[in-house]
Design a protein around this ligand. Structure first.
Ligand code: SF4
Length: 343
């Protein structure tokens, strides 16, 4: 395990990923606007690490996960897995790639066929990819169940016979049975009770240790992300605002949006008080994101430059990336405070 964690070779490279949804209108149903769900996002994920991708709902974090695996078509940009392009593959090539890249959804009940015993659902990928004969497939399903803490006999039961936590274990088993290298975990514990969340997170960690898995962990809950991630990327309105080592980020967030998110995490010690940063206004629409820094209408530190020019995601310290003019060069005039009126 230690060997996997210290290997900083990248397994996944996402470059300038864009996903726009066209909005059609008028008599001729022409494209009249674009919802910019993911807008020029770049990051890498190292072999054996968990990258947490966090942000408010609607910020585009799940869309990043789905687009990376080709589950929804991308608008532009590229995704590489171990040096090989993932997007735009067809036929056998696409099928081959899919084996290595799996996903666990937030709601496993919705992704399980209620008419099938869960053993059949878990083994579906093996049958599609023609991996092993019937006996081998049966054994692989049994092993996957065992790896997520379920019993052999559970394979014969139906999805409605399981609790939420067990169903999520089944979702994980379904990904695991394919012997993947990389898994997108799309809000895998958001729908679960807090006590069950810890169990599922511990299973995910144990599986990562045992099989050297690499995760993209998508979540809106910072406390959960802190528990499982090695590095964390914070998204706001389709862009990455900050990306850093988990410990560094939680110790000293650099981006004002990350600072506001952190200030909302409760501290389990009544003697320690943290000042909550209340942001002005609502998250703007991705249909028409603000010019310049997308966060500027809500940012307590907004300067003139913020309303004019979009900051790039640049390295502010070794292995710490932030998209904010507070950490980038600008003129004295551009650095004057911006007066913003919020309705
Ligand atoms: Fe705030 Fe400006 Fe930084 Fe955006 S670039 S987060 S508006 S200080």
């Amino acid at each position: 395990m230690e060997e996997v964690k210290t290997n900083i070779e990248n397994l996944i490279e996402v470059k300038n990923l864009v996903k726009y949804y066209p909005v059609k209108g008028g008599v001729f149903r022409r494209v009249v606007a674009q919802v910019k769900a993911v807008d020029d996002v770049s990051f890498s994920i190292r072999k054996g690490e968990t990258l947490g991708l966090v942000g408010e709902s609607g910020c585009g974090k799940s869309t990043v996960g789905h687009t990376m695996l080709g589950l929804i078509p991308h608008t532009s940009g590229s995704v590489e897995y171990d040096g090989r392009s993932v997007l735009g593959l067809k036929g056998e090539e696409s099928k081959e790639m899919r084996r290595h890249l799996q996903i666990v959804f937030q709601d496993p009940y919705a992704s399980l066929d209620p008419r099938l015993p869960v053993g059949d659902s878990i083994g579906e990928g093996l049958r599609i990819h023609r991996i092993g004969d019937r006996q081998e497939q049966f054994e692989m399903v049994q092993r996957a169940l065992k790896n997520v803490g379920l019993e052999d006999y559970h394979a014969m039961r139906y999805p409605h016979e399981f609790s939420g936590g067990q169903r999520q274990r089944i979702g994980i088993a379904r990904a695991l049975v394919m012997n993947p290298k990389f898994i997108v975990l799309d809000e895998p514990v958001s729908a679960l009770d807090v006590s069950i969340q810890a169990q599922v997170l511990n299973i995910l960690k144990a599986l990562q240790n045992e099989f050297g898995l690499t995760y993209l962990f998508v979540a809106h809950n910072l406390a959960v992300v802190e528990h499982i991630s090695d590095r964390v990327a914070v998204m706001y309105l389709g862009k990455i605002a900050e990306l850093a080592d988990r410990k560094e980020l939680f110790k000293e967030p650099l981006h004002p949006y990350t600072q506001a998110l952190m200030s909302a995490i409760p501290i389990p010690d009544p003697r320690i008080k943290r000042e909550r940063i209340i942001l002005k206004g609502d998250v703007p629409s991705p249909l028409n994101p603000p010019k310049g820094c997308r966060f500027h209408p809500r940012c307590p530190y907004a300067m003139k430059v913020c309303a004019e020019r979009e900051p790039d995601l640049l390295e502010a310290a070794p292995d710490r990336f932030v998209a904010c003019w507070l950490h980038q060069e600008h003129s004295a005039e551009e650095g004057k405070p911006l007066e913003i009126s919020v309705a």
